[in-house]
Each structure stands twice: as C-alpha cells, then as structure tokens.
Design a protein around this ligand. Structure first.
Ligand code: SAM
Length: 283
C-alpha cells in the first residue's frame, strides 16, 4: 500500500523576526490577556526559559516560542528553538519592546512559550489509597489558584478539581503563581452536581474545610484513604450542598483576630497534614 505522504512528512515549523507591535501575530498573542480570547484559541502563555524546558521535558509541546533577539546566542534557547521548529511550532525572535508588551512587564523574561490548554476529564481521576486531590469551590483569585497548584505539586497531590465557576487556571497571573507547576498538576473542571456524582462513583474520602468544622484538622486520619480536600470560596466559604456531603468537616484552629485564613494558606496546611499521614515527604 502506498504510504500516506502527509503522514510521512515531518511537520516543520517556522522562524520569524518581529519588531513591530502592530504585527498581527503579536496582536493575537497580546489578545491572550483576555479570557474570551484564551478560550477561543485554547492557548496560554508561560514565561521563563527553565519553566519552558521543564514543560517540554514533561511532554508538553510548544505551540509558539518567543524570545528576545538579544538572547539568540544562548545555547539553551537555540536548543529549545530547534526543538520547537522540529515539532512544527512557530519561533518568534522579537525586540525587547515586543516582549515587554506581550508579557506586560518592564523587565520581561527573555523567553516565553505558548502552549495548548489541557484539562483532564474528571472521570479520569480515579483516586486510590494514599492519593490526595484538591477540590476548589468557585475559587476567584488567580494568585490563590496558582499558589494552590504549586503547593499541591510540592505536596505530591494527584490533581486539582475546579468546582463551579472558577477563575481561569490559564490566565497569566495564575500561571505566574504556579511557578511551572501548571505543567505537572492535572486539572479537571465540573459543577457541584458533577463533583458529588464523582464522589459517589469513586467512593473518595472527602474532607471539607469549614469555619464551623466539627473536627480539628489534625485529628483526621487519612491513612490508606483516597482523599479529597474540599476548599470553599474566598468570600462565601463552602455551600451547604457541598458541606453536607463531606465525610468530615475540618477546622484549622486559629488564635488572634483574623476571621479566617487565606484560601491558599488553608489549602497548604490541609495538604501537608494529609500527605504527612500518607507518605514520607522527601526532605
Ligand atoms: N467568609 C468565609 C467563610 O465564612 O467561610 C471565609 C472563607 S475562607 C477565606 C476560604 C476558605 O479557606 C474556606 O472556605 C475554607 O475552605 C478555608 N479556610 C480558611 N480558614 C479556615 C480555617 N480556619 N479552618 C478551615 N478552613 C479554613
């Protein structure tokens, strides 16, 4: 049988030099600052050479690599640019003015990459003993979400579940706060009903966190369980529909005058406590 020539031909990308902010490719990249444009293109931007190399090492494919013309002699950039072209991606060599406009920074990183957004189907999260997932109810703040993704990665969590109308995990602010963990932490999206159905189907041990929680967070035993830490919205906390379905409601006792902890801080405390029961954390 004659081989399909389209399949045989390797995809080869292109390299372009751009210095003008009015170039349509640059306009499209700048437009990714808006969620509606990110949703339409399905892409997002990450900044920094190390982070981009790590992403590629984890199997992510670069759609577009953008770097400052002044950095072109850097061998690591040359290597990643060659790899991008070989995989059919676009390489843009741009002026620092263009890089500053794309990243909205006065002192931009020398390298940025555009990647395709990835969501994991919630059904693919099949919690098993000694795993911990983080579920976030309507998380609003991009910095909180990015910090939680980073912390979940550091704690060895298995995935993030965004429940309800959440801030975009692929906004530049969230991506910056993840410090690269966006490439390591699978993310699923669902609504409250979908989350509760998934809990029923998987039998996961769901620990809600609540200021009216009945259990001190240190008294919950996660050993041998497939656990999910369910965290409430920054303003409203957990709604009764979710809180009532939890297997335990945990409180982190506080001293002082603060009403509550910051969501990302509370998630970090819960995560490391759960993981302490499950695995020896590496030093
Ligand atoms: N006004 C909200 C309330 O009444 O729940 C405060 C929400 S708090 C800023 C955001 C989330 O962080 C909470 O829903 C909960 O998941 C978690 N959280 C914050 N402080 C906590 C604490 N001391 N114990 C347990 N969870 C806490």
């Amino acid at each position: 049988m004659k081989p399909d020539s389209r399949e045989q031909k390797p995809r080869v990308g292109r390299v372009k030099e751009i210095t003008s902010l009015s170039n349509p490719i640059i306009k499209d990249i700048r437009a990714l600052g808006l969620k509606k444009n990110r949703d339409r293109s399905g892409r997002f931007m990450a900044e920094g050479l190390k982070l981009i190399i790590d992403a590629v090492d984890l199997g992510w494919q670069i759609d577009t690599l953008i770097y400052a013309a002044s950095a072109r002699t850097n061998p690591a950039i040359e290597t990643i640019a060659a790899r991008t072209v070989a995989q059919g991606g676009l390489v843009l060599v741009v002026s620092e003015k263009v890089l500053g406009a794309i990243t909205r920074r006065d002192n931009p990183q020398m390298v940025c990459g555009l990647f395709a957004q990835q969501y994991t189907d919630l059904g693919a999260f099949t919690p098993v003993a000694e795993q911990t997932y983080v579920a976030l109810d309507r998380v609003r703040d991009p910095g909180n979400l990015g910090t939680i993704i980073r912390t979940a990665d550091a704690a060895g969590a298995s995935g993030i579940i965004l429940v309800g109308d959440s801030t975009d995990p692929y906004s530049l602010e969230t991506i910056r706060a993840t410090m690269g963990s966006i490439f390591a932490m699978p993310i699923a999206r669902t609504d409250s009903a979908g989350f509760l159905a998934w809990k029923r189907d998987t039998g996961a041990f769901v620990v809600g966190t609540h200021l009216a929680g009945a259990e001190d967070y240190r008294s919950i035993d996660y050993t041998g369980k497939a656990s999910v830490l369910l965290m409430g919205n920054e303003q409203a906390g957990l709604p009764a529909t979710l809180a009532d379905a939890c297997d335990a409601l945990a409180l982190i006792p506080q001293a002082g005058r603060a009403d509550s902890l910051n969501l990302a801080v509370a998630t970090g405390i819960m995560l490391f406590e759960a993981r302490r029961h499950q695995l020896e954390l590496r030093r």
